[in-house]
Design a binder for this molecule. Structure first.
Ligand SMILES: Nc1ncnc2c1ncn2[C@@H]1O[C@H](COP(=O)(O)OP(=O)(O)OP(=O)(O)O)[C@@H](O)[C@H]1O
Ligand SMILES: [Mg+2]
Length: 367
């Protein structure tokens, strides 16, 4: 069983404060949707409204065409997994998983078979008689996921389920979740403020900020064609470089004149933009160190080196005092204090107007 979820013009207030404003989105059946955004932007609130743990002030939420925001949580056929696990400490793992099923009168043999199946899937069969206090954080989170699976819900809602795990376990559990997702055919909504989780797990990402949706798209959509300066800043690490640019046009494309007077031909169609003040955005991977000054768009002094193994990030101070991050090979021979030349790939540059609206090269979504 699966769910197509429709959120239509939903508004949520706490007292005088509006936390979500007139927000609409649809989640397709069997889709893995990630809500991504900074702390406090309303991700959990939206998820809890779908689960029925928060009321909806305006608008509607429907599953498979049936309105559910008026139903009590238990009637929505949705399972939620929390960051805090929320297991009953005095019950065994097995009883924790069985509890919700027994409550709704699922026959005992069915309860056992569903627990056995979930335990097999999550590799927690050997833990079934333990209590939560005797488990590691990662094991507890698996039990919490198991408890959701045995309900065989139409949709799973995950609220930052990995954020209490240490870095290594987080990555492992993330991969397990991706595998689980392939086995359990169900709609999943996953809340996180971690863009790597969003990029790796999502079919589509909903980027939220400041009461509203900034962009809905596939991970590569939001990476390559961020709809706003906010999305461009929030998605991608290191964060995108931004520089003031004066826009003119040549051969139909926007030309950016940077503060040092250098000119960069972009792939952004000139007709999309007004002339004058804009911001150029360019990711570190589109800025390379050049061997000689002749092929350099600009030069600067390296202040910080981050060696990440497969690549090296060069934090470089430009003549105008601005710091930009360029990417070099893993075994970069650059040292701190070196003056280096940089070339910017204009085809991978983005332009933003004063309101933060984004303009991209026409081919930027196609590699
Ligand atoms: N019960 C409540 N009463 C009043 N304000 C609340 C309540 N719950 C949440 N808020 C406020 O609503 C806003 C959205 O909170 P929410 O928990 O949805 O954010 P979030 O995106 O999940 O953040 P985080 O990443 O920190 O979990 C915040 O400003 C928060 O302070
Ligand atoms: Mg939250």
């Amino acid at each position: 069983m699966t769910a197509q979820i429709e959120i239509d013009s939903v508004t949520k207030r706490y007292g005088a404060m509006t936390v979500l404003e007139n927000l609409s989105l649809s989640v397709k059946a069997n889709e893995f949707m990630v809500f991504l955004g900074p702390s406090g932007c309303g991700k959990s609130t939206l998820l809890r409204m779908i689960a029925g743990l928060e009321s909806v002030d305006e608008g509607t939420i429907s599953i498979n065409g049936q309105r559910i925001d008026t139903l009590p949580p238990g009637k929505r056929d949705i399972a939620m997994v929390f960051q805090s696990y929320a297991l009953y400490p005095h019950m065994t793992v097995s009883d924790n998983m069985a509890f919700g099923l027994r409550n709704i009168g699922v026959p005992a043999d069915k309860v056992s078979s569903r627990i056995a199946e979930a335990a097999r899937m999550l590799e927690i069969g050997h833990l079934l008689e333990r209590k939560p206090g005797q488990l590691s954080g990662g094991q507890r989170q698996r039990v919490a996921i198991g408890r959701a699976i045995v309900k065989e819900p139409k949709a799973f809602l995950f609220d930052e389920p990995l954020s209490n795990l240490d870095a290594a376990l987080r990555v492992r559990t993330r991969v397990e979740l991706a595998q689980l997702r392939n086995r359990v055919k169900s709609t999943m909504i996953f809340v996180t403020h971690d863009q790597i989780e969003a990029m790796t797990l999502a079919d589509r990402v909903v980027v939220m900020n400041n009461r509203k949706i900034e962009q809905i798209g596939t991970p590569m959509d939001i990476y390559l064609r961020p709809a706003s300066r906010f999305v461009a800043t929030f998605v991608g690490s290191p964060t995108m470089n931004f520089m003031p640019a004066q826009i003119s046009e040549a051969d139909g494309f926007a030309v950016a004149t940077l503060s040092d007077g250098s000119r960069l031909q972009t792939g952004v169609p000139g007709r999309l933009l007004t002339r004058g003040d804009h911001t150029l955005g360019i990711r570190a991977e589109a800025i390379r160190r050049t061997g000689d000054d002749e092929h350099s768009a600009t030069t600067g002094t390296v202040e910080v080196l981050e060696r990440l193994g497969d690549r090296t990030l060069l934090y470089t101070r430009l003549a105008d005092g601005r710091m930009i991050v360029a990417e070099d090979i893993g075994l970069s021979r650059v040292s701190i204090g070196d003056r280096i030349g940089l070339s910017l790939d204009g085809q991978r540059a983005h332009l933003f107007d004063a309101d933060g609206a984004a303009y991209h090269a026409e081919n930027s979504g196609h590699g």
